[in-house]
Design a protein around this ligand. Structure first.
Ligand code: ABU
Length: 500
């Protein structure tokens, strides 16, 4: 019982050792219970409460901060309740986001990282983690197909940041004076990305002062793949209009459809026009570890930079994202500012390992250890099997839905990734003929089912509209805990909640 014990009684308090051990063991018990229930199919994915309900406080769980310290018993209750009212993203029936699952070794890695509580800016304070980052970046570049080049890269907070790095470094490569003089010394730059690509490309153009209006959105075919002839004509249109094209983003695994852009053809275009070719493989990068599926990224080896998120398909705990560069030195040159208080050149060790100045951040979280530990635990082969399993689940769902009259697939062809997009058609919709009226009714179905799903809590799946298409469900598989029985449960759940 910790009701008479306070934070000040723990280490470094002189007599705090035993209490610290007791408190942390009690916490570990809470965490273990969370891990166990995460994989328990009879438990809910979420215990939904509206924001105002959580803010008002629930059964002794208050978000308000006190003036006086609270005892450790209360803190343990708060830890338990924080997990209770959160979402179990590792639950086998959590299909909501590209990142899901709860890898136990990855979790152990995260705990070790938190206990180490250090920063990635210098070798001086992160000797082991800095070298692990080097090892991981090299391994990932090898998987991309750059084994024989020196290359570079950095782990950063998420795919959007990785994509931002790619544009920043590309601009530096062609217009290095922008580092010191800003956009006044650059022409009107144009960059190209498909209409199905991630919004982070446009966001980065805004952040970097290039401007979102200078991002040309290239058309996609009905499977969501970039149409290369439209890329060619967009480049020609930009040049004719006075823009200077410098960068093309190709996507390997689009966010909604999971489509792969035709990388070899895009590489040909980039070569012909002397453009930087980036591949956003945030979602698709994991396929490089699968012998069965790696061929879907053929052509990635011709890219100049690659975004790859191990926290997505590889199931590494959030967050873990890398930007990989084919050419060494550019990242440093682009971002280095040599702050004397951190990056002293006269340290007694090889200061090229003070890699923090390559980053646009100062402080940088250690995101590498959990990935390194998981790679040790699984090997590349194990990651490959995990990826295959996720794609088998997607194929199972696709095959089931294809045969059912109460569901309609958005893409009729077998999924290349683990995304399966579909509409549920309740009887009232099935009775309607196709057209705008049916579409506007159909648009309301997925949000209604999702609302009921959240209130009930047994499943979670996302939906969105896309272009002219009314709201449809997107099921994504990245959780190795998910089995065929969970896919069946998903289908039955949607029918149960949506049938009119
Ligand atoms: N790029 C963020 C992924 C969003 C999602 O999980 O759908």
């Amino acid at each position: 019982d910790f009701s008479a014990i306070y934070g000040k009684d723990l280490l470094p308090d002189r007599d705090g050792e035993e209490l610290t051990q007791g408190f942390l063991q009690a916490l570990v018990n809470i965490l273990l219970a969370h891990v166990k229930t995460t994989f328990d199919r009879s438990t809910k994915v979420l215990d939904f409460h509206h924001p105002h309900q959580l803010k008002e406080g629930l059964e002794g769980f208050s978000l308000e901060l006190p003036e006086q310290p609270e005892n450790l018993e209360q803190l343990l209750v708060d830890c338990r309740d924080t997990l209770k009212y959160g979402v179990k993203t590792g639950h086998p029936c959590y299909f909501n986001q590209l990142s899901s699952g709860l890898d136990v070794v990855g979790l152990a890695g995260e705990w070790v990282t938190s206990a180490a509580n250090t920063n990635m800016f210098t070798f001086e304070i992160s000797p082991v983690f800095i070298l692990m980052e080097e090892v991981l970046l090299k391994k990932m570049r090898e998987k991309v197909g750059w084994a024989h080049e020196e290359g570079d890269g950095i782990f950063c907070p998420g795919g959007s940041m990785s994509n931002l790095y790619s544009i920043l470094v590309a601009r530096h490569r062609y217009f290095p004076k922008t580092k010191t003089q800003g956009m006044t010394c650059a022409p009107r730059l144009a960059l190209f990305t498909s209409e199905h690509s991630h919004y982070s490309i446009r966001k980065a153009a805004g952040v970097l002062g290039i401007g979102t209006e200078n991002v040309f959105l290239v058309k996609c075919d009905k499977r969501g793949k970039m149409i290369v002839s439209d890329l060619e004509s967009s480049i020609a249109r930009a040049k004719a209009g006075g823009w200077v094209p410098f960068y093309v983003n190709a996507t390997a695994g689009t966010t909604v459809y999971g489509a792969f852009d035709p990388l070899p053809e895009i590489a040909d275009v980039c070569e012909r026009h002397g453009l930087w070719m980036h591949v956003d493989a945030a979602w698709g990068g994991g396929l490089l570890l699968s012998r069965r599926h790696a061929g879907k990224l053929r052509g990635i080896e011709r890219a100049t930079s690659v975004t790859w998120n191990p926290h997505k398909l590889m199931g590494v705990p959030l967050q873990c994202s890398a930007i990989l560069l084919r050419q060494k030195g550019l990242l440093q040159e682009c971002n280095q500012l040599c702050a004397e208080y951190l990056f002293q050149p006269d340290k007694h060790y090889d200061v090229t390992y003070d890699t923090g100045d390559k980053s646009i951040q100062c402080g940088r979280h250690v995101d590498v250890f959990k990935l390194w530990l998981m790679w040790k635990a699984k090997g590349s082969e194990g990651f490959g099997c995990q990826v295959n399993w996720c794609l088998e689940n997607a194929e199972y769902l696709f095959n089931k839905l294809e045969k059912r009259p109460d569901f309609e697939l958005v893409c009729k062809t077998k999924p290349e990734h683990s995304n399966v997009c579909f509409w549920y058609l309740p009887p009232s919709i099935r009775a309607m003929s196709r057209g705008p009226q049916r579409n506007s009714r159909l648009h309301e179905i997925a949000p209604k089912i999702k609302a009921a799903m959240m209130e009930e809590g047994m499943l979670l799946i996302g939906y969105q509209p896309l272009g002219e298409k009314p709201n449809f469900f997107r099921c994504v598989f990245s959780n190795p805990a998910t089995r065929k029985e969970d896919v069946d449960f998903l289908i039955d759940g949607i029918v149960r909640l949506g049938c009119d």
